[in-house]
Design a protein around this ligand. Structure first.
Ligand SMILES: [Zn+2]
Length: 267
């Protein structure tokens, strides 16, 4: 008679369906390995984020070349390896050609990928997060303003991960901020009214009209984003608030965010 202990030991060894599997996936990042191979970080709908080796992906004519490029959505055929899984075959579903022709869209697209990569743990599936990223990629591909697409994605993304900034009432006293200006404290993760905003040293002040833009962006149907108008000042305040809110949670900077700042300087 096998006791509880022996049964548990058996279940640890048995890995159902892990040898080879297919996964809907988005390539977040790639690193060249040696002369012919690539290591890719992918977000899969079924298994979350994981690393895989694309053997021979850099050989001329390799079928894995396109499929292992960042910002590619495909169905990947993988096999479980000791450290990294191995990509054996791929079926590209969308390579987002419009995005790749527009440097600004590429910059914001890469930013969304980096954000996803930095905030997710390996093998922790979140199908809703996968769908949110994929939708944002399609929104970008449709020619919607890249900056607005990124803000729309950030709000949804933060919400899904439980880091959504609090914009309804003052995070300190719970009162609605008076008309005029309001502060946003990245460390507190929300807005503070005029009287509570004096203490946190990191407060970013913005006109209170920012709230209506945030709410409109949060509730927007993806196909309506194209028609929404955001004045320059609102864009700047939104970018600032979300950037510092994210940096505070992530505790470091994002490389692609610096690149976006650089592009903005020339606009
Ligand atoms: Zn207050």
């Amino acid at each position: 008679m096998g006791g509880r202990g022996s049964r548990r030991a058996t279940s640890l060894i048995y890995k159902p369906n892990m040898k080879t599997y297919t996964a809907g996936s988005i390539v977040l990042r790639r690193i060249d390995l040696g002369e012919k191979d690539r290591i890719i970080t992918i977000l899969t709908r079924e298994q979350g984020k994981l690393g895989a080796v694309a053997k021979g992906a850099r050989r001329p004519g390799s079928k894995l070349a396109g499929a292992s490029e960042p910002f590619t959505y495909g169905k990947l055929f993988l096999s479980a390896g000791r450290d990294l899984d191995v990509l054996s075959q791929a079926e590209i579903k969308e390579s987002f050609p419009n995005v790749k022709q527009d440097m600004r869209a590429v910059a914001y697209g890469m930013y969304m990928l980096e954000l996803t990569n930095q905030f997710t743990e390996e093998r922790n599936p979140n199908p809703e997060l996968f769908d949110t990223l994929l939708s944002a990629m399609y929104i970008l591909e449709s020619g919607t303003d890249a900056e607005i697409t990124a803000r729309y994605f950030e709000l949804q993304f933060l919400d899904l991960l439980g880091y959504d900034p609090h914009f309804e009432t003052c995070i300190r006293c719970g009162r609605k901020p008076k008309q005029g200006r309001l502060g946003f404290s990245p460390s507190l993760g929300g807005i503070v009214c005029d009287s509570c905003g004096i203490t946190p040293s990191d407060v970013i002040w913005a006109p209170d009209a920012i709230i209506s833009y945030i709410n409109a962006l949060r509730r927007a149907e993806p196909q309506k984003l194209k028609d929404m108008k955001f004045p320059r000042g609102v864009r700047r305040d939104l970018a600032n608030i979300l950037k510092w809110h994210i940096r505070y949670r992530l505790e470091h900077d994002l490389k692609s965010a610096d690149f976006i700042d650089l592009i903005a300087m020339f606009e």
